[in-house]
Structures are given as structure tokens and as C-alpha cells.
Design a protein around this ligand. Structure first.
Ligand SMILES: C[S@@+](CC[C@H](N)C(=O)[O-])C[C@H]1O[C@@H](n2cnc3c(N)ncnc32)[C@H](O)[C@@H]1O
Length: 696
């Protein structure tokens, strides 16, 4: 791909790219909303259009608080401010809230200026409008597009793409699109692009993140290396969480009150289920820019085959029992390997609904990647409600609904902490392996107990809610099942290692790239030490270790390994995974607790011979952790993150703070030696970033 194809020229040379002028029909072009104001032609340049210039609002508007650092909205804010600054308009958070008058509801043609790190196209209103950015999903740089302008925000208005009048044929090829919902669903943004282009775009996201969010001078930021691609670009996701609403006439809030019907609710006049009024059950994901609208999704091509098979059955279960729901809920579907099991017979008998504890929600929601829905998901993804990859956190509940349809009994998918005896995770709790292992929840009698080598994994994986045997098992390959119950023990194989964890817990969602990713981390540590003529570190600190992915995958290179995670279940799994993989338990120490607690327990580790792998959730590390990391001074730090913006902030903090404290290269200051993206999320704008810091 030429560099120009992605460039951000304010006056794009559309003709030079000889784009076809044929209009591109999007596979799922949004229908014009009937309530939208009548389209108004874009103003002709000239004095007669002055009425469209922004006016001061007579009354002062109450501004929303600035977005959370590194969130979708924060990244968009930064990009809008950069474009406005290039147009001579400097904006702090309190400026730039007055959109040109009469813009909302207008249809107009625009030329896309560039693609944001949130995968939205950014255009400027044509002259004689004042500088004002229009944010339109699913359009590409230099394309001429027809949009309908929607709500405005800080320095910008959101728009719906109605058609691509003049496509960028260097980038866009609609025959690449594999999903019938593309262009509507909030999950994927990049299916029309070649995979190489996707990887280039992700590299650019990493570059911009370090430029704009690290506060570091360009001189200390190394050249960002090319993004490593995912071996699978479709059928890779091992977890999806579609959701649905309860029928309006059945909905009950906590306390028994009936909620008001939502204005955005779409009706078709034919529920076919005997409900009063017009309502249609939709089980799926958020519509991009569609408020709370859910798109009914029958299959998701980025999810594995076994998940798509599971989705069919889970959807049928919900359709057959929707009359029992008084609240909406979220389905959990995860792909698990079957370990040494006889074929598991599909059991589609629904069981009672299950709920996660707030601790499980925190661990799961904070650590998962969210898909941007253009409505401002927070850093931890919890506010990006209805996306394909989020566990849904119900407002004010602190728990997650997992829709396992009930039989006969009417129930409220009430999101309360039912499990009062659930183990609590206190920040100061630093239980040892022995402490946590017995508390691992054994969802059913056949479930295995961590630490026990006599477990019967095949039985443990039997999912009361739904198990589906994958139809075709290629010779030499393992069987997979679709797990829907949060307490079921999952299995994933990564290289020669086997990992188990409860279905409610965090595990990376693209298995196909985990060997390249963990190999890369291993080699980065080696390169930074042995490659520089030094000794390989003997000790490993694995902060935010989950169920032990990095600890186990890197174990052959270290003598002692210590891991910490806030999730009790993940730590119990990490301990159990040692046994599953025949690893010596005395080499490892896993503990539950907040990440900064790791340092007091590794004071005996020789810091000059210690490597630290840190892999926090999207919100990044907190300052107490970074402070102690800096004081502990491991020889190498490998920072892995699914949010490069918070990673850039944290790396910036480390380098700036050591400088303020008088560290230089001569007296052991860290140097940022490499940054590289990994594509764990093909077809989406998300990127995993790996930054390596080494001290002298
Ligand atoms: C992105 S996941 C990484 C897990 C693991 N490294 C892996 O790759 O499977 C982040 C992990 O951080 C944990 N976590 C979240 N907040 C934490 C905190 N304050 N202290 C320690 N762990 C935390 C979550 O439970 C989750 O397991």
C-alpha cells in the first residue's frame, strides 16, 4: 500500500488515485431515521450562508466532565483537537462546544481527511463553515461521502454514512467483507481493508499514542516496529457476549417499577410471540452509533466455528423462553478445548440463570477489550455496553447477567450479588497459593479442584447449560465445545501448554496469536540482556498474571517466577495450571492482590537479574504500582497492553520520573528500546502493544 493512501492531506488528491466514481453500496446502509429533519443541501459558499456560522448559545451549557484517560472518547478528543489546532483553533475542554447552527439532521457531501485511532473517518465541514470536524464510521481517507449529521460533541459532530460517492479504491474493496452486518455492527471496522493495511493502521495508532499520550520527547521514542499479524484473521475469537432486551411489557426494574419504553426501540409490528404491541426480539450486538439499538446477529465471522454453532442453540433457547424474562441479559459463549474426553453429547437443557460476583465482574470487565461503539465506552470497557466482546455490567449492579434461560419459572435477570459467600478480593489480600486454591468455586460435583491432579477435566468441562460437539474434527486436532456457563472450567492450549480457567475469568480472546506473542516477550528479554553480552535474568515478576499465561509460557527461561492478580479465580487457575503442565510448584509463587503488592513479596529477588512482565487491564497501571516498579528496578520491563494510550502514559511516567530523580543512562536509567503492536483483534481497530524497557 502506498503511504499516500493513508496520508492525512487536508486537500486530498482524489483524482490522482483515480477512484471510481461509482457509489459504493454498503452492505447494511443505515436507513434514514424517520424522525430526522428533512435533508438540507450543504450551503453554497458566499455571504448568504453566513447564517450557518456558529453562534454563541444564549444560555451557558453545562459541560460533561473530560473523558477518562485513554478511553475511546479521550482518543477522539485528542484527534479532534489536533485537527482543529491545524486549522488555527486551539481548544481546551471548555471550548468548542457550539456546533454550527442547523447542522444536526442535515445531509451533506464531505471529503474524508483521515482515519482516527478509533477507526472513525474525520472530515472538516466545507468552507465557508468554520473549522468543525465530522466523525463518520466506516469511511476511508480521501473518500467522497454522503453523510447525515447527528449529535455534536467537543469540536465535532457525529455523522451516519449514507453512501460512499467516490471510494478510495486503493484501500476499499467491499468483496473482502465477510459479515452481513458489517457497516452496522459496532464490532468490526476494517473488513473492507486488506490485512496489510489493517496492520499499517494499527502501527499508526501506536505511533500516535506515544506521540500524543506519553508526554515524551520524540528523541526517546524508538521507531515503532511493524505490527505482527494474527495467523487467523477470521474465526479467531474464542469468546463473544451477545445480549438482548426483555419484551417491553414484561420489563421490571429492581423495586418492581416498570421502566418507560425506550424511544430508540425499533418495532416491526410482528413479534410473533403474542406480546402486546410491536416488539422484536433481537439477540446480538450494538449498532454502531445507534444508541441502545441491538442488531440481531445470527453469526459472527470473527468468532470461532464452535461459538457460531453454540450461538444458534443459545439463540433458540432465548427465543423459546423470552416470555420468562423481565430484564435484558447477556449470553456468554466461549470456545473450550475438550481434554481427553469422550465426545460430549449436546445438552441443550436450559438451567437456572447464574450470576457473577462483583469481584468476577471487575476482573473480567476490567481486563477485557471493549469494542468501541462510538458512544464513549470507558477505559475499562464497562460503559461500552452492548458490544460483541464485553461482558455486560448492568448499571448500579456490579454483576453480570449471563442468560441461561430458565424453564417455566418467571425470573428477573436481576443483577444482584447473590453469592454473598463469594470470596472477596481485598486490595490488601495477599493470600498464598495454599490460601486461594481451596476457595476456587467448584460449580458442580464433577468440576475439578485446582491443585488436584486427580481432576477429571472431561467431566469438568461438561456444561450444564449448553455444550456442543464440534461437528468436524480434523485428524490431529482437538475437539472444542461452546461453554455458556460462567462457572464451567475452560481449557485452552497455547503451544505445548494447557490452560484452564473458569469461563467467567479473563483469558486472551485470540488463541492463534498467543504463541507468537509469548515467544516475542521471551525473545525481547533475551535480546535485551544476552544479546547485549549480559546474563539472562534468572527471576520473573508477572504482574497482572491472570491464569499464568506469561509465567508458564516463559517458565523454561527462569529459575523463580512470582505472579500476582486481583482475581482469586485466575490465581487459583494459575496454580492449577502448574499441575496440568507438570511444572514444579516450588519454582512459582502466585498470589491474589492488587499489583503493587507484588514488590514486598519479591524483595529477595535480585533486581539486576529480574525481568518484569506487566499486562494490566485497559485502564493501565496505577501510580503506586509504577512507583514501586521503579524502586524495585528490574533489569528488563516488558509492558504488554490492550490499550496503547494508557501504556504510553505509564511508560512516559516511568521515564519522566526517573529523569526528575536524577537517573541517567550512566547510573541505571531505563531506556525504551522497542515498541511493537500485535494484532489480537483482526478486523477491528484495536491493537495490543508491547513496549520493552531496559536499564543499564
Ligand atoms: C489483560 S489481563 C492479563 C492477564 C494475563 N497476563 C494474560 O495474558 O492472560 C489483566 C489482568 O489484570 C487483572 N487485574 C485487574 N486489575 C488488577 C489490579 N489492580 N491488580 C492486579 N491485577 C489486576 C485482571 O484480573 C486480569 O487478569
Amino acid at each position: 500500500m502506498s503511504k499516500r493512501a493513508l496520508s492525512s492531506s487536508p486537500t486530498p488528491q482524489v483524482g490522482a488515485l483515480s477512484p471510481k466514481r461509482a457509489k459504493v453500496s454498503l452492505p447494511s446502509e443505515p436507513e434514514p431515521a424517520s424522525s430526522a429533519p428533512a435533508p438540507t443541501p450543504a450551503p453554497e459558499p458566499g455571504p448568504s450562508t453566513r447564517a450557518h456560522h456558529p453562534k454563541q448559545h444564549p444560555k451557558k451549557r453545562k459541560l460533561p466532565p473530560p473523558p477518562e484517560f485513554g478511553s475511546h472518547d479521550d482518543v477522539l478528543r485528542s484527534e479532534v483537537e489536533r485537527i482543529m489546532a491545524a486549522e488555527g483553533v486551539k481548544m481546551g475542554w471548555s471550548e468548542g462546544w457550539d456546533a454550527p447552527e442547523g447542522l444536526e439532521g442535515r445531509e451533506m457531501e464531505l471529503t474524508v481527511r483521515e482515519l482516527s485511532s478509533t477507526a472513525d473517518s474525520l472530515s472538516l465541514l466545507p468552507k465557508p463553515y468554520p473549522p468543525w470536524v465530522i466523525v463518520t464510521p466506516f469511511a476511508l481517507p480521501q473518500e467522497r461521502i454522503l453523510v447525515r449529521i447527528g449529535r455534536s460533541g467537543h469540536g465535532h459532530s457525529n455523522a451516519t454514512l449514507l453512501s460512499v460517492i467516490e471510494p478510495n479504491t486503493e484501500l476499499r474493496d467491499m468483496s473482502r467483507v465477510k459479515c452481513q452486518y458489517f457497516g452496522k455492527c459496532a464490532g468490526c471496522q476494517y473488513q473492507m481493508l486488506s490485512y496489510d493495511t489493517q496492520l499499517d493502521l494499527k502501527r499508526r495508532v501506536v505511533i500516535r499514542a506515544y506521540q500524543d499520550f506519553s508526554k515524551l520527547p520524540a528523541s526517546v521514542i524508538p521507531i515503532v516496529l511493524p505490527t505482527i499479524g494474527s495467523p487467523l484473521q477470521y474465526a479467531y475469537r474464542t469468546k463473544i457476549t451477545p445480549h438482548f432486551d426483555a419484551p417491553p411489557d414484561q420489563r421490571v426494574r429492581r423495586g418492581g417499577r416498570k421502566p418507560k419504553p425506550r424511544h430508540t426501540e425499533q418495532t416491526n409490528g410482528n413479534s410473533g410471540m403474542g406480546f402486546k404491541g410491536d416488539w422484536e426480539l433481537r439477540i446480538g450486538f450494538d449498532q454502531k452509533g445507534g444508541g441502545r439499538n441491538v442488531i440481531d446477529i445470527e453469526e459472527c465471522p470473527i468468532a470461532t466455528n464452535v461459538i457460531n454453532e453454540g450461538l444458534k442453540i443459545a439463540r433458540k433457547n432465548v427465543q423459546d423462553t423470552i416470555q420468562n424474562y423481565t430484564r435484558g441479559a447477556t449470553l456468554l459463549l466461549r470456545d473450550s478445548v475438550v481434554i481427553g474426553a469422550p465426545p460430549i453429547v449436546a445438552d441443550t437443557q436450559p438451567s437456572q440463570p447464574q450470576h457473577l460476583t462483583p469481584q468476577e465482574v471487575e476482573a473480567a470487565a476490567l481486563s477485557d477489550i471493549g469494542v468501541d461503539d462510538g458512544r464513549g465506552g470507558t477505559v475499562d470497557g464497562t460503559a461500552a455496553r452492548l458490544s460483541p466482546v464485553d461482558i455486560q455490567t448492568e448499571p448500579n449492579s456490579g454483576s453480570v447477567a449471563v442468560a441461561v434461560p430458565p424453564v417455566e419459572t418467571k425470573f428477573t435477570a436481576e443483577i444482584a450479588n447473590l453469592d454473598e459467600n463469594a470470596p472477596t478480593v481485598d486490595d490488601t489480600d495477599t493470600a498464598t497459593m495454599e490460601d486461594v486454591a481451596p476457595e476456587f468455586p467448584a460449580p458442580d460435583a464433577s468440576a475439578e479442584v485446582p491443585g488436584s491432579l486427580d481432576a477429571t477435566p472431561a467431566a469438568a468441562i461438561q456444561d450444564a447449560a449448553l455444550t456442543i460437539q464440534e461437528e468436524k474434527v480434523e485428524p490431529g486436532k482437538e475437539e472444542h465445545v461452546c461453554v455458556t456457563s460462567p462457572n464451567t472450567t475452560m481449557y485452552e492450549r497455547v503451544g505445548s501448554f494447557l490452560f484452564s480457567f473458569p469461563a467467567s475469568a479473563f483469558f486472551q480472546n485470540n488463541n492463534s496469536v498467543l504463541v507468537p506473542l509469548t515467544d516475542y516477550v521471551k525473545e525481547a528479554i533475551e535480546k535485551a540482556t544476552v544479546g547485549q553480552g549480559q546474563q539472562h535474568p534468572t527471576h520473573l515478576v508477572d504482574a497482572y498474571c491472570g491464569s499464568g499465561l506469561f509465567s508458564l509460557m516463559l517458565s523454561s527461561s527462569f529459575e523463580k517466577i512470582s505472579g500476582i492478580d486481583i482475581s482469586l479465580h485466575s490465581i487459583a487457575s494459575a496454580v492449577h495450571n502448574l499441575g496440568l503442565n507438570d511444572l514444579p510448584k516450588d519454582k512459582f509463587a502466585f498470589q491474589t492482590g492488587t499489583a503493587s503488592n507484588i514488590f514486598s513479596s519479591v524483595s529477595h529477588f535480585p533486581s539486576s537479574h529480574t525481568a518484569a512482565v506487566i499486562d494490566p487491564p485497559r485502564k493501565g497501571c496505577d501510580e503506586p504500582f509504577l512507583r514501586q516498579l521503579l524502586d524495585f528496578r528490574p533489569k528488563v520491563i516488558v509492558y504488554v497492553s490492550c490499550n496503547v494510550h494508557t501504556q504510553a502514559r505509564d511508560v512516559g511516567w516511568l521515564l519522566k520520573t526517573q529523569e526528575e530523580e536524577g537517573r541517567t543512562e550512566d547510573n541505571g536509567a531505563y531506556k525504551l528500546v522497542s515498541i511493537r503492536g500485535f494484532d489480537l483483534f483482526p478486523q477491528t481497530s484495536h491493537v495490543e502493544s508491547v513496549a520493552v524497557l531496559v536499564r543499564s
